[in-house]
Design a protein around this ligand. Structure first.
Ligand code: C2E
Ligand code: MG
Ligand code: MG
Ligand code: MG
Length: 288
């Protein structure tokens, strides 16, 4: 029996190793595929920006949009940014892609403006873009050439991007603020930022991460955390946006805790530009 047990353990070990290897291979293959396909996708412009509204839940006015990139691969269909942004980041392709996102989103904002629907546009920056010494010059040129109001341009950063070399990050934030743009901390509460730094970061907006919102009102810890983030933001004179709001109960909870700007499927998923006009009509209907 003892021998058999040992034999079985060995076989299991081999199998785990075998599976582990196979999984690694599959992951590595997918990565390589995405990396190669990304280069082609940039050349062939397979990307589109979608826009998710941020809504004031007291007035039902759209107060802004977040630009979210979509990759429509000719044979594989939609590939999620969660999959390809990290690869674009590690290969450096994000610099070119991110530049396209900035131009495209600002041109969209300008078109809205021209239709009398002037609104804020939030754009996600990647770590590389944030560190890039050309970022300020690029933004300045985009602001001038598109003619958008820099105040309506909201740049979304994450805690991990700010926490590496904090002094350098604070410096870069001040440089960006000089352009007149607004700065947001995205996915707030999921990173490992130190609260003592928060007041030194010249940021304007905290976005409460969806992970805290999604189990309201079932999870009382999440409710406490969300309420605490909102209260802290107010004390620091920051605006708050709640992400991933899907239900009326979540809206009620957020309203009762003084967070009025929400983004999430409750009002709308991210939309293609062609569907944005319909959104305004829908919200107008709800109002009356
Ligand atoms: P994020 O910036 O935190 O964006 C919010 C994500 O939550 C989006 O996913 C959005 O579609 C999703 N979402 C919004 N409301 C709801 C909701 O009610 N329920 C659920 N379940 N999800 C909701 P998406 O578009 O897949 O983007 C994922 C992440 O990819 C973004 O997270 C952002 O970190 C990154 N990303 C997207 N576009 C860009 C981009 O242009 N540049 C960079 N650097 N990153 C981007
Ligand atoms: Mg974001
Ligand atoms: Mg987020
Ligand atoms: Mg997120």
């Amino acid at each position: 029996h003892a021998d058999l047990a040992m034999y079985e353990a060995k076989a299991k070990g081999r199998n785990t190793y075998h599976f582990y290897n196979q999984e690694l291979n599959a992951a590595a293959k997918e990565r390589l595929m995405i990396e190669n396909e990304l280069r082609i996708a940039i050349k062939e412009q397979q990307f589109e920006l979608f826009y998710q509204p941020q809504v004031d839940c007291q007035t039902l006015e759209v107060v802004g949009f977040e630009a979210l990139i979509r990759w429509f691969h000719p044979t594989q269909g939609m590939i999620s940014p969660v999959k390809f942004i990290p690869i674009a980041e590690s290969t450096g392709l994000i610099v070119e892609l991110g530049e396209w996102v900035l131009w495209e989103a600002c041109r969209f904002a300008k078109r809205l403006d021209e239709q009398g629907k002037g609104n804020n546009i939030s754009i996600n920056l990647s770590a590389r873009q944030f560190k890039d010494s050309n970022l300020k010059a690029l933004l300045s040129s985009i602001i001038i050439k598109t003619g958008i109001n820099p105040r309506s341009l909201h740049l979304e950063l994450t805690e991990s991007m700010l926490m590496g070399d904090v002094e350098i990050a604070i410096n870069q934030l001040h440089e960006l603020k000089m352009l007149g743009v607004s700065l947001s901390i995205d996915d707030f509460g999921t990173g490992y930022s130190s609260l003592s730094y928060l007041k030194r970061f010249p940021v304007d907006i905290l976005k409460v991460d969806r992970s805290f919102v999604k189990d309201i009102p079932q999870d009382s810890n999440d409710m406490e955390i969300t309420a605490a983030i909102i209260a802290m933001a107010q004390k620091l004179n920051l605006n708050v946006v709640a992400e991933g709001v899907e239900t009326i109960e979540q809206i009620e909870f957020l309203k009762n805790n003084n967070c009025f700007i929400v983004q999430g499927y409750f009002f709308s998923p991210p939309l293609a530009e062609g569907d944005v006009a319909g959104l305004y009509q829908q919200l107008a209907l709800k109002k009356h």
